[in-house]
Design a binder for this molecule. Structure first.
Ligand code: ZN
Length: 575
């Protein structure tokens, strides 16, 4: 028995989008029709964190519909029958010969996949599995080549005058979208390029805006001009401006082309029975593909456009250290190197799609984990269930995968990264120190998947200037310049430093040494003078151990270095 959203339950954008999708399904089919939430992506390059919003927006809505007990699928279309448009930087310029061919027919320049399209699909598919996203994937190359749309293609061609009337209306209404950022401007320029590709789509005269375009049989490119079409035989004649080929394809029996984008998209809404499909801002402006598609699907394919959501751009921040080495296009896989899967999901579910946000790889990561851990504590209390907790639940689990992996023993990310920083390497050592500073656990695994991410983040994203570099050799100059107080403090510290101290012992000792200097005991409360001495003493220790004025907590640093190493760096030169 399907249920709606209950009264008193918290609601969010996912709740409302699911309501809309269910309503669309009821209005366009029988009560028990399978509800389809669709996403689409062109595998033309690395699928970055902005594109990920397309996938996750649909995923969350499909999950909500499933939670309510309806039959639902997340259908993902790979638009790999789209043309290869330009050779990106870093790829052999000779790949320009493939411009105009379908992405699925362009070879993989890195030689690891069967095609350009597969090369860029695979890493995202992998990341989506880790994110708990399950989808029914279709390749538009396979669909078109198999003739899955032939009936609709012929229908569109028969109604090409109607289509042209709709497109013409929108052409005159077209308003140039205003970009709010450089990145946005680049994406909009791309979508304008898409639109312009289509204007030059086909032939001349009454064939000028023919809605279907074959790939050239000889060279495989879409640089063709339709020269004749016979409505009775469905023979389409064309010439290719790239290779000079002139020939004929039969639209009914030979599946060599595709509908132009603004007809292709609405055609698929009808064929697949799409009830919900979001789109980026660039597809939602007047004259853009969703707006036009809405009219095309109604007037030509007699179907109602799916309910939708417009999503804003996702930017990135804190990538300074990475940008030069990786080309600065972070993907979901990059984000999963530093964020637990539920936290990455949370970034996309906690805000309405129309809100832009950044995925920040810098210092903000630490704050994000703190915020997440605080929300997890709140979510554990059923009395506190609200929209924030609802977002937490959506981020944490899926119907099929259940709860996504989080650490058995939750240690603050800031603590793990700080220990990873000073130990510079071994997970076992981090685990041991973290255990000693108050986070009891049985094995390294209890700290995963967070520990590995903290180690990666510290190594790859914390700028050198913020890293802790333990001195390899004693600072002879500083040791030779110790004043009387400093000499006494170090002597008392070294005198009492155990070989295998625990964190409590170290804390008492490090804070206590300046007390001894003032005639107090290690456990006495500090006086104002002692507090001033402690500041000087701690700074001295940082100078001598890590050549800095500050650093990680000293007991943690001592544990990480071990007493032998500490002694070697703090012992004044023999006089
Ligand atoms: Zn050709």
């Amino acid at each position: 028995m399907a249920r709606g959203s209950n009264q008193g339950e918290p609601t969010d954008w996912v709740t409302r989008a699911a309501d809309d999708a269910i309503r669309h399904a009821r209005q366009t089919g029988p009560e028990d029709r399978l509800i389809t939430c669709a996403s689409g992506a062109s595998p033309s390059g690395p699928i970055h964190l902005g594109n990920l919003r397309e996938f996750l927006t649909v995923h969350f809505v499909a999950e909500e519909i499933r939670r309510r007990g309806h039959a639902v699928r997340h259908l993902h279309s790979w638009d790999d029958f789209d043309r290869f448009r330009k050779v990106p930087a870093g790829v052999d310029p000779s790949w320009s010969e493939h411009i105009g061919r379908p992405l699925s027919a362009v070879p993989d320049p890195w030689d690891c996949h069967p095609s350009w399209a597969e090369h860029f699909k695979e890493p995202l598919q992998h990341a989506l599995r880790e994110l708990g996203v399950e989808m029914e994937e279709v390749s538009q190359t396979e669909r078109y080549r198999a003739g899955a749309y032939t009936e609709q293609v012929l229908h569109a061609i028969r109604h090409r005058d109607d289509i042209e009337r709709v497109l013409a209306q929108h052409r005159t209404k077209k308003v140039e979208p205003v970009a709010e950022s450089e990145e946005e401007a680049a994406a909009l320029a791309d979508s304008v390029a898409d639109a312009e590709d289509e204007v030059t789509a086909s032939g001349s005269g009454d064939l000028a805006r023919f809605p279907y375009k074959p790939y050239c049989r000889q060279c495989g490119r879409d640089t063709v001009e339709v020269t004749a079409y016979d409505d009775d035989s469905t023979d389409l004649a064309y010439t290719c401006s790239s290779c000079g080929y002139a020939g004929t394809t039969n639209v009914a029996t030979e599946h060599e082309g595709k509908l132009v984008w603004k007809v292709d998209w609405p055609m698929r809404w009808m064929v697949e029975g799409v009830d919900f499909e979001p789109a980026g801002l660039d597809h939602m402006t007047p004259g853009s593909s969703y707006t036009v598609g809405k009219d095309v699907v109604k007037r030509v394919f007699d179907f109602r456009a799916p309910s939708s959501a417009t999503y804003a751009f996702v930017g990135v921040a804190g990538m300074q250290k990475m940008s030069s080495s990786r080309g600065g296009v972070p993907t979901a896989a990059d984000a999963l190197q530093v964020l637990e899967a539920p936290i990455l999901r949370w970034l996309y579910v906690r805000r309405q799609p129309k809100q832009a946000f950044n995925v920040d790889f810098g210092a903000e990561v630490v704050r994000l984990y703190d915020e997440w851990d605080a929300l997890a504590r709140k979510a554990a209390n059923p009395d506190k269930r609200d929209a924030q907790v609802l977002a937490f639940e959506r981020a944490s689990a899926t119907a099929a995968a259940g709860r996504l992996p989080t650490p058995k023993v939750v240690v603050p990310f800031r603590q793990l990264s700080s220990v990873a920083d000073v130990t510079a390497g071994s997970a076992e050592l981090v685990s041991r120190i973290v255990g000693e500073v108050g986070y009891a656990h049985d094995s390294v695994d209890d700290l995963q998947p967070r520990l590995g991410r903290a180690m990666t983040w510290t190594a790859d994203y914390v700028p050198e200037s913020e890293r802790t570099t333990v001195r390899a050799t004693p600072d002879e100059d500083r040791l030779a310049a110790l004043d009387e107080d400093e000499e006494l403090w170090l002597a008392q510290l070294l005198d009492r430093l155990p070989d295998e101290p625990d964190a409590d012992e170290l804390t008492t000792l490090i804070y206590g040494v300046p007390k001894l200097g003032r005639g107090l005991g290690l456990d006495d409360p500090p006086t104002d003078e002692v507090k001033a001495d402690q500041k000087r003493f701690f700074r001295l220790l940082y100078q001598l151990l890590v050549s800095a004025e500050r650093g990680p907590r000293l007991p943690t640093l001592f544990l990480a270095l071990g007493s032998e190493k500490v002694r070697s760096l703090l012992r004044p030169p023999a006089t």
